[in-house]
Design a protein around this ligand. Sequence first.
Ligand code: FAD
Ligand code: SIN
Length: 532
Amino acid sequence: MDDQLDILIVGSGVAGLTAAVKLATESYNGKLKVGVLTKGALDESTTRWAQGGVAAVLASEEDSVDLHLADTLKAGDGLCDVQAVSVLVKEGPKRVQELISLGAVFDKGPEGQFSLAKEGGHSKARVLHANGLATGAEIERALVAAVKDTVAGVYENWTAIAINVENNKVIGVEAIDEFGNRAEFKAKIVVLATGGAGQIFSVTTNPYEATGDGIAMALRAGAFVADIEFIQFHPTALFHPKMPKPLLSEALRGHGAKIRDKNGDRFVDELLPRDKVSYAMAAKMAEQDCDHLYLDATELPDFAVRFPTIYESLKSVGLDPSVDWIPIAPAAHYMCGGIVTDLNGATSIDGLFAAGEIACTGIHGANRLASNSLLEGMVFGARLVDAILSGTTASDSSGVLGAVLQNKFVKEINTPKNQFVFNTDSSTSKSEQIAFLRNELQLTMSKYMAVRRDPIGMNKAYEKIMEIHSLLDNLSIAIKDSVDYISLCNLVTLSESVIQSAMAREESRGCHFRSDLPYNDNVNFLGRIVHK
Ligand code: FAD
Ligand code: SIN
């Protein structure tokens, strides 16, 4: 692209679009040139798939931001950044109101009050939702409409493949389109909002494009990345060959659905934080030598009316929740860590910001509290705009980034910067081989790096991923650049880094459970594992 943008936002989920709309509307009456570049269509994102809702204390005599803060810290198992969580719970309600002003509609009760759901780990019902359990679709709809009205440049079907940096200052992004054409998008500020990396697993709720591209690019560019051993598994994904796995929202359990083992017995409090429920399920499946359990929603009245999208998804696979117990198993759902930022979303590279699931703000610690993710995207997508408009391009050393810069972490892992070659003239396409290797990688990660980990399994996973890495290195000299090839390279980088972190964390905490070390080691591991 010839034109220099002031700000380029990469990714069009809740975090990227929140930043884009706010920048475009508040940037000196549109004087800043803002662009949004995204891998698919503008409305394609994980955000669109979100079900249960947004946790925020809007107005309630029974609830308070202090309780929301306490629940978030408890779920995070000792690793939350208290200041970041405080920012989240205090600024969240205002951001939700702004979204409502943009046109998003949340469900209300008969007297006009917001209808609030309770989810695992929450001490109060505080989760707002839209159209039953189609909250993400409503948020994405409202934000996409606002972006189309406000943002100058929208670049759909462009995949960012590298962050261009000179003297630790960002100068733009290298990207490739769906036909393999490459271009440099020059920008003074780049906001990475490319979401999570659920596709490193074969059993996941995440869409095909969730390949951790932003985190992999940040690692290659030399930014700090932390907490990526903490991958949250959602306990109630439908056990079915469909991929990604259809999600059965936690809100169903909030409304009284029960988890049963293969004998029909209950064995876990369904409203514990997710890491605890998924772990109890994995242990029960091992004990009973089975690959799935059941969600019993037969007692929930008016299922089809209250949860229409989930009802339809169950009906399409021949299940009727009023009579059938629904087969379930945990599925990879959320990356708690990511690119380390300060409280304004700034990273260690000048001019490079990150927000949403891609970022490590410290809000989620070792395990995210349900429905805090959409809120994080809204709050930090907006905070970085305030920082940029006040003239800030570099970090102010607050939050997790501040701690990391002061060497407050438990271990550092070095990531090689020269991984993979993305620049050849060959026209050979190897799409079948790429699909085969992606599948091998995902099966390996799901087999050895899911809810329960142990050293033998982690070593096997590492060996296999390194083997795939070498095969890709050899392929790269004969292959045409393609989005699928580059996404696979990113999946390899992410998988290697996740395994390294998991091996380095010699304890169990939050979503990281090691059967050889089944306890918290607060003396040695009450801190982050950082990649650079
Ligand atoms: P995303 O919404 O994932 O958006 C990332 C964007 O970046 C996409 O547009 C993608 O196409 C683009 N992109 C990716 N790579 C590139 C690249 N290389 N170049 C350019 N663009 C790129 N959280 C909640 O709080 N409440 C819920 O109820 C909830 N339900 C969920 C249900 C499901 C099924 C899933 C999978 C997740 C759910 N989550 C929920 C989690 C939540 O949806 C996500 O964490 C959140 O939406 C992430 O938002 P984001 O803006 O960070 O990224
Ligand atoms: C769900 O609806 O269970 C998903 C909520 C979340 O991931 O926060």
